[in-house]
Design a protein. Structure first.
Length: 212
């Protein structure tokens, strides 16, 4: 069942991605051209790291918007699940591979943001503590905005679980950033513990179906 869920999401990513159709290829080409122009204009004013990080971050936010909002079908009613950690109970009772991968993808979704955003603002927010707070607030606002937009446009569920999993991914991305910048793993390993806990819980809930 977990494998079936992976196949489903691979198909979804392929069918709704930035190069899924001729129209999307044109739009994506325009986005890439604009970002390339931005790089050419500002590469002398910004460091090469800042320039590349900002371009990649903006492109990733564009791709994320495609998958989380534009690729969704509109439901007949407003959808929400307010029970905290409902997804784990559902996985335990149904062994639904789709929900397993939904949890994993939501955890991974903000990893690039957690890594690229602090690289993008190093020259603006020089204090490390303030930079970390900025990344945290940006990630929180972003995930809340996605959930509220999905709810009010009826293109997805409003869920606490999604927001929690998104923030776990943000921590992982920021942890990678700190490791790259500080050249130390031991000081920042705790950023990865929430993700590790999620992986262990998912394995415990699905190990019977995995090894059947």
């Amino acid at each position: 069942m977990v494998r079936d869920g992976l196949i489903h999401y691979c198909d979804y990513l392929k069918q709704n991605g930035p190069f899924a159709s001729q129209q999307m290829m044109i739009i994506t080409g325009i986005v890439i051209a604009v970002l390339g122009l931005m790089v050419l204009i500002f590469y002398k004013k910004w460091t090469i790291t800042t320039t590349i990080a900002r371009a990649l971050l903006l492109f990733y936010l564009y791709v994320m918007t495609l998958y989380t909002l534009l690729a969704r079908t509109v439901a007949a009613e407003y959808l929400y699940k307010l029970q905290l950690f409902w997804s784990y109970g559902y996985i335990q009772s149904t062994q639904d591979g789709l929900i397993v991968w939904e949890v994993l993808i939501n955890c991974m979704m903000l990893i690039p943001v957690g890594f690229l955003l602090p690289l993008s603002i190093e020259s603006i927010v020089k204090n490390e503590r303030k930079r970390g707070i900025f990344v945290l607030l940006f990630g929180l606002i972003l995930t809340v905005a996605i959930e509220l937009t999905q709810f009010f446009t009826r293109t997805g569920f409003f869920e606490w679980d999604d927001m929690i999993h998104n923030m776990i991914g943000l921590f992982v991305g920021y942890g990678y950033y700190l490791i790259v910048r500080k050249k130390s793993i031991t000081r920042f390993h705790w950023y990865f513990w929430p993700m590790l806990i999620v992986l262990v819980v998912l394995f415990e809930l699905t190990k019977d179906s995995i090894f059947m």
